[in-house]
Write a protein that binds this ligand. Sequence first.
Ligand code: SER
Length: 317
Amino acid sequence: MDKVLVIGACGQLGSELSHGLGEVFGQENIIAADIADPVPAIEGFIYERLDVMDAKSLADIVDKHDITQIYHLAAILSAKGEENPKWAWNLNMTGLLNVLELAKEKKLKKIYWPSSIAVFGPGTPVDNTPQHTIMDPNTVYGISKLAGERWCEYYFEKYGVDVRSIRYPGLIGYKSLPGGGTTDYAVDIYHKALAGGHFECFLSEDTQLPMMYMPDAIKATIDLMESPAENVKVRSSYNVAAISFSPKEIVASIQKNIPEFTTSYVPDFRQPIADSWPNSIDDSVARADWGWKEAYDLDEMTSDILQHLPELLPSFQ
Ligand code: SER
C-alpha cells in the first residue's frame, strides 16, 4: 500500500494535486505537508507542518507515516525569486537535495518534482521549443529548476532513484490563489472579470506564453507517475504543453462571456522574464513515451472557471 507525502500541499498545485492523489490512493493515504498553516482546500487530509530545509524533520515524517512516494512541490516562483535570489536558490535547491538524498537512503519507491518552462532562456528557440535544446535561463527560479533537472537525472543514473518530472507551463486554477509567478496574471484576470472590475495586466498584450488548465496539470502529473518505469525515458524533465495564448487572447475569451470586461497593459519587471520564455512547447516526447494529451482549450477553460469560481469567491475574501 502506497503512502504519499505531498510537500507544499497548501500551494496552488499542491492543494489540487492532493485531491487528485486522494482519488488514486485513498485520502487516508495522502499526507499533506507545508510550512504554512493548513488551508481550507486541504481540509480532511492528514497534515504535517514541515520546513523542507530541515532534513531531520523530513526524515521523521517519512518514518512516522511509512511514506513510499514523495511529491515535492515547495518552491519560490519566478517573480518572487528575483526579489531575493539567494534565498530562492537556497530553498529551491536544498529542498530538492534533501528529498533526493532521503529517497536514496530509504529506497523510496517514487519521487515527483516539478520543473518549469523557466528552464528556457533568451537563447532557446521560442516556437515549439524542443525537448532537447539550448537552455540559458536568466531568472534564479529558472536556474534552480535547470540545476534541479540535472540533479534528478544524476540521482536516477547513479543511485537508481525513480524520480520523475514535468516542465509545467503556466498553471491556471481557480481553487486557490497563486503566489509569485510571472504567468499568474492569467489566474488573477478571472477574479477581476467576475468582480466586475478593470484588469491592469503586468505583461504586454501580445506576450504569448505556454499555459495549462489545472485539471490537465493534475492529469499529466498522475499519468506520468503511474506509467511503468520503462516508459519514462526522460529523467531530467518532460516538456508538456496544452494551450498557448497572450493576454489579448485570454481577454477576448473572457469577453465572449462578459462583454463589458476591460483591461489595460502596464508591463513591469515581469515582462523581461516572460520575454525570455517560449511562446509554445513541443511535447511530442511526452506524448510518445507515456501518452500525454490535454483536454482543455482556452475557451473551455474560461467557461469552466467562470462557471465555478463564483461559488468559491467568498472564501478568497
Ligand atoms: N508559473 C511559473 C512562474 O510564472 C513558471 O513555472 O513563475
